[in-house]
Design a protein around this ligand. Structure first.
Ligand SMILES: CC(C)(COP(=O)(O)OP(=O)(O)OC[C@H]1O[C@@H](n2cnc3c(N)ncnc32)[C@H](O)[C@@H]1OP(=O)(O)O)[C@@H](O)C(=O)NCCC(=O)NCCS
Length: 189
């Protein structure tokens, strides 16, 4: 039993200036389908663009099953101004005794370039370091995923190296850059 999962029983709601990080609901289907049917959003992800809203419903149902089991570490990113579900952020590969986790995220393309990804990632890092008391959080991105790399660097993450052909996306084995931030390097309270 991983004792660090106690922090997700239940998944905590995290509020930022413009966003609410919270569990998924079936009513998020339409908002998330708009995001997940877009090839640009999943270009560097291991999932394929959704063709129908039923696929998005299936994704949400998988999350809900895990929330019910107290084992889901994925937050829906909700924009407070209009309550739209605009993306997903998570902590995964949470490991003790190493006090380590990796963070992953995506936003619908229409929400890019507003600082929402940075705002949600800072909130999740704050949770990881100041609530869970983790020691190291890592972020990984495809070597061509410039937007993601830029965000990881803005989060004060340090580039550690490239994992060669680490992930298969479509028919290609892709090189993946690894970034991390350590507990003492994180400034936010
Ligand atoms: C990676 C991803 C989440 C980054 O999203 P993003 O919107 O580009 O990231 P940010 O939140 O950092 O916002 C970027 C820009 O918003 C702008 N911005 C506008 N209003 C802002 C505000 N109020 N506050 C902060 N930034 C603001 C900034 O200028 C910033 O650009 P800069 O870094 O050049 O200064 C997004 O491109 C994405 O979902 N990609 C597809 C999925 C993916 O690849 N995920 C990562 C897998 S590893």
């Amino acid at each position: 039993m991983n004792r660090l999962l106690k922090y997700f029983k239940p998944l905590p709601v995290i509020e930022t200036t413009r966003l609410l990080l919270r569990r998924a609901y079936l009513t998020d289907t339409d908002d998330l389908f708009i995001c997940m049917k877009n090839e640009n959003v999943c270009k560097y992800e291991v999932w394929n663009a959704h063709r129908t809203a039923l696929e998005t419903l299936g994704f949400i149902n998988t999350l809900i099953t895990k929330y019910d089991d107290n084992s889901c570490t994925d937050w829906i990113i909700e924009r407070k101004s209009d309550h739209r579900a605009i993306g997903v952020i998570n902590l995964h590969d949470i490991a003790e005794p190493n006090l380590y986790a990796e963070t992953g995220f995506w936003l619908g393309e229409e929400y890019w370039n507003n600082g929402y990804a940075e705002e949600s990632a800072i909130a999740v890092l704050n949770f990881a370091f100041n609530v869970m008391k983790l020691n190291r959080v890592c972020g990984m991105c495809d070597i061509e995923n410039i937007r993601s790399e830029k965000l990881l660097r803005k989060l004060n993450m340090t580039y550690e190296g490239t994992l060669r052909q680490h992930i298969k996306i479509g028919n290609e084995f892709r090189d993946i850059k690894v970034f991390s931030i350590l507990r003492h390097e994180f400034q936010h309270l």
